[in-house]
Structure formats: C-alpha cells, structure tokens
Design a protein around this ligand. Sequence first.
Ligand SMILES: Nc1ncnc2c1ncn2[C@@H]1O[C@H](COP(=O)(O)OP(=O)(O)OP(=O)(O)O)[C@@H](O)[C@H]1O
Length: 248
Amino acid sequence: MNAKILETENVTVSFDGFKALNQLNFSMDVGELRVVIGPNGAGKTTFLDVITGKVQPTVGRVLFKGRNLRSLPEYKIARLGIGRKFQTPRIYLNLTPRENLEITINKKKNVFSTLFEHSNTVEKNNVKGLLETIGLTAKADIRAALLSHGEKQRLEIGMLVAQSPDLLLVDEPVAGLTDEETYNIGELLLALAQSHSILVIEHDMEFVRQIAKKVTVLHEGSVLCEGNFEEVQNDSRVIEVYLGKQEE
Ligand SMILES: Nc1ncnc2c1ncn2[C@@H]1O[C@H](COP(=O)(O)OP(=O)(O)OP(=O)(O)O)[C@@H](O)[C@H]1O
C-alpha cells in the first residue's frame, strides 16, 4: 500500500447544525496530484480549512503523514509541511519577483536584512531555479505590481514552493485567467507534481482535463465519486449535480 500524505476519516464540520462537511472520507498518496471539484457550496473551501486547522472538525480526524492534526493551531500545521495558496495572490507588490522569493526562502530573517544583506550562493541558486520554474526569469527584477494576474499567480505558487511544504493546497488557481495563462499554470503544476504532493481545487473543467490524474467530486460535504477525468465526466450523478449545471 502506498504511503498516505493526507487522510480524513468521517470528518463532519457543522456550522450551527448545518453540515458543510458530512462524514467525509478522503485519502491521497504521497506524490499524488489530486483535483477536487464540486458545485458551489459542496464544501471545498471548508475541506481546505479543516486540513490547515482554520476550522476544527466537529467529528472525525484529519491525518497528515499519519499524524492526527486535531487541536493543532494553524501555524503549527503549516510548520509540519502543509502550504496553502489562496485564490487571490498574496505577494509584495512593491518588491520584485526575485525579492519576493528571497524573502520567502529567508523566512527566519526579516525583510530588511533579506533585502540589504548579500544572500549566499545556495539561496541565490534556489531563487534562480524557482524563477525559471515559474517562468519569470525575464521579469525577475521589475515590480511585482507590473505583472499580469497569471504571472502573479505563478509567483505566489513559487513562493509556496520556496517554503518547501510536503503538501501544497492550491485553491482555484485559474479563476479569472486567460486561456493561455490557465495553460501555463497547468504546466507549472504538472512540473511541480513531479516532486510534490499537490491538492488542487478548481471549477474550470478544461484545466482539470489538462492536469488531472485522479479527480474527487464533492457534493453536500461528502465524496460523490472519484476516478480519472473521463470516468468523472461521464458519471451520471456528477452530470446531474454539477456538470449539467455548468455554463457551456
Ligand atoms: N463559517 C460558516 N458559517 C456557516 N456556514 C458556513 C460557514 N462556512 C461555510 N459555510 C457553508 O457551508 C457550505 C460549504 O461552503 P464552502 O465554502 O466550503 O463550499 P465551496 O464548495 O467552497 O463553495 P464555492 O465553490 O462556492 O466556493 C456552504 O453552504 C456555506 O454557506
């Protein structure tokens, strides 16, 4: 059996009696790229919240590399190796992409020492490699405010990777992006998936088709079905509650 990076066992999250997650059982292997889809209100964001410790399960357990995360505060869970990228980029707009990455790699130093002290060769090479991975070498030294929305998303994914998490949680990375930018983000995630475990939440089915190996469909706080892209796309229950209601 493959080692599990993440498992949830019967996780229920109740908000005033309403079950945003309802006995959710989920697991993913170390090294897997998993995409989670589902209609509005299915519980996708709550699912990420319960993994990162922002929300505690009312019932059930969340296990990260076999360890129960119950009662751990968010910062401790992050330190254990779970990194989350939110929908809107959270980058320093007045700094360059290179500086944004340097600051993230040097989390223990403060912003000023990172900017004004010379970084060592290893750090410089790490930043150089990351800039190449996220396709921002040519724009490494302009203000991040001047980047396109897609480039900002790629920079933030680079900052997430710079923290060396074991599990990357990526929430709707292509919302509001052009087709070309969407494709670039897909290729970036596929490249990162060669050396990381990644859980992506997304609505854009073309993007899901591009990156997905295994897809989990959430509905009313539980897993409705799981399978490869074609299996999920052709599942009558998924068509009824989700795909049939999408525009196109
Ligand atoms: N703090 C809260 N208090 C009360 N209800 C909540 C809270 N957070 C989420 N919910 C409800 O739980 C359900 C699941 O919400 P969630 O945001 O996880 O869904 P989602 O799948 O991410 O939806 P979307 O695709 O619209 O982002 C929704 O009906 C939502 O209104």
